[in-house]
Design a protein around this ligand. Structure first.
Ligand SMILES: *Cc1c(COP(=O)(O)O)cnc(C)c1O
Length: 454
């Protein structure tokens, strides 16, 4: 049996309708720089950084070597009740680059776990302090925090989450500004409306609320919705005013993606808890982290008999290979000035995206650093969407694949999240492919819809 057949026989892929996979299978065999190669020898730009992870490109010599060197010592030992060398050094480094109030790190293996841990910490924090009524969470509409039940409970994307409704814990919901879809398209008005809504909710219920979860500056999986200036800092102020812990999800935005080390720096926000993952190991190994403040840490610090311990952990927490490659990744961030590079190239990329924005069926282009979404619409003037059944975003991504570029859309929002080291000429080539695919597929789609109308 060839490899494609084996994959169809035995695999069940994440976030994938396997019927789609069977029609368009793909097996990646190798990678180099910002490209990956499949088992048939076809090369593709990794225009979504292998789902938002990759920083320095694939097979980066220094990162490969960091893992090899660590293997000469040990691959893994536990973090339960003891620590290891790279996990300890990485903790120091992480605290150094995080917003100043965050002084403690708790490791896990994925973004969803990092969020889940933050939620449990926030909950137990108030219990440990004896404020037992504070048990609920506010989650923001259209938010995404990962796929375990706790992370799903604080998430709110109907197409992913509705089915699990009965399994989730109940919480409050508050809207996040969507400037493109707001009748006024005025960022200030849009932001103020949402903050007023949140304040009403907090004023009435803060005594029963432990924390609020929110993605940092951009709702990623919700369609690359960039928050207007003043919104995230407005949420911070309200959380402080009503004594509710602010849990910021930097899993997608952290580690340089938006042109700052952490996106909350755009608004000088210091969260009480912060989840990060994805770019932490440069896209190499599964390590994630929950940051927190000394104030929260101290609420758990007591004699064992007083039951304040945080009883949470995973088998591979603090894995040495993962922490070693994360350390080298952060060293390269400094050496190659990665954050400055992204920030410097942001305007150049904005210019390239302008060419795509001009297309007849591109309604909106949203960007913060190297995190970009291109919303495809049937009617640019009325903002009417393509019919759900058309799967315009999906078809566009297949066309991009045909043209030598990989990405994964969210509905009809095409995602562009290239590795952070992408050069100007690579950015130019990638956006040209995306433009060609969008133009071709939307045109075809409109023709097809016109015909079925008749
Ligand atoms: C990807 C993502 C997660 C989940 O991370 P995993 O490592 O896939 O579990 C959580 N929050 C945000 C904002 C994400 O983009």
């Amino acid at each position: 049996m060839n490899l494609i057949e084996k994959s169809k026989q035995h695999l069940w892929l994440p976030f994938t309708q396997m019927k789609d996979y069977d029609e368009n299978p793909l097996i990646i065999e190798s990678g180099d720089g910002i490209k990956v190669k499949d088992t048939n020898g076809n090369e593709y730009y990794d225009a979504f950084s292998s789902v938002w992870l990759n920083v320095h490109g694939h097979r980066k010599k220094e990162l490969d070597q960091a893992i090899i060197s660590q293997l000469d010592k040990i691959a893994h030992s536990t973090l339960l009740g003891m620590t290891n060398v790279p996990a300890t050094e990485l903790a120091e480094k992480l605290v150094e680059i995080a917003p100043p109030a965050l002084s403690r790190v708790f490791y896990s293996d994925s973004g969803a776990e990092a969020v889940e841990i933050a939620v449990k910490m926030a909950f137990q924090y108030w219990q440990n302090l004896g404020q037992t009524k504070k048990q609920k969470f506010i989650s923001v509409k259209n938010g995404y925090h990962g796929d375990t039940i706790g992370a799903v409970s604080v998430g709110s994307i109907d197409i992913f989450h509705n089915i699990y409704g009965p399994l989730m814990f109940e919480n409050y919901h508050t809207p996040v500004p969507n400037v493109y879809r707001h009748p006024s398209e005025d960022p200030v008005q849009c932001s103020e409306e949402c903050l007023e809504n949140l304040e009403t909710l907090l004023a009435e219920n803060h005594e029963s609320i432990a924390g609020l979860t929110i993605e940092s500056m951009v709702q990623g999986a919700g369609g690359m919705i960039v928050m207007p200036e003043g919104f995230l800092s407005g949420v911070r102020k309200l959380c402080s005013k009503y004594d509710v812990l602010m849990i910021v999800d930097e899993v997608a935005t952290g580690f340089g993606r938006t042109g700052k080390m952490f996106a909350c720096e755009h608004e000088s926000v210091e969260p009480d808890l912060m989840a990060a993952g994805k770019g932490l190991t440069g896209g190499y190994l599964p390590v994630a982290v929950t940051f927190t403040t000394e104030r929260i840490y101290e609420a758990f610090y007591d004699d064992y008999k007083n039951f304040k311990t945080f009883f949470h952990g995973h088998s591979y927490t603090g894995n040495q290979l993962g922490c070693a490659v994360a350390l080298e990744n952060l060293r390269l961030f400094e050496k190659d000035r990665i954050v400055e590079q992204v920030s410097d190239k942001t305007d150049f990329l904005r210019g390239l995206l302008e060419n795509i924005k001009e297309l007849d069926h591109v309604g909106d282009v949203r960007q913060l650093g190297f995190m970009c979404g291109i919303e495809l619409v049937l009617d640019k003037n009325t903002k009417e969407s393509f019919p759900f059944e058309s799967r315009t975003g999906y078809k566009t991504s297949l066309k991009m694949r045909e043209l030598g570029l990989l990405t994964r859309p969210m509905g009809d929002v095409a995602v562009f999240m290239p590795p952070l080291v992408s050069t100007k000429s690579e950015l130019k080539k990638m956006t040209a492919i995306m433009k060609e695919a969008i133009e071709a597929v939307t045109k075809e789609e409109v023709q097809r819809l016109d015909q079925t109308d008749v």
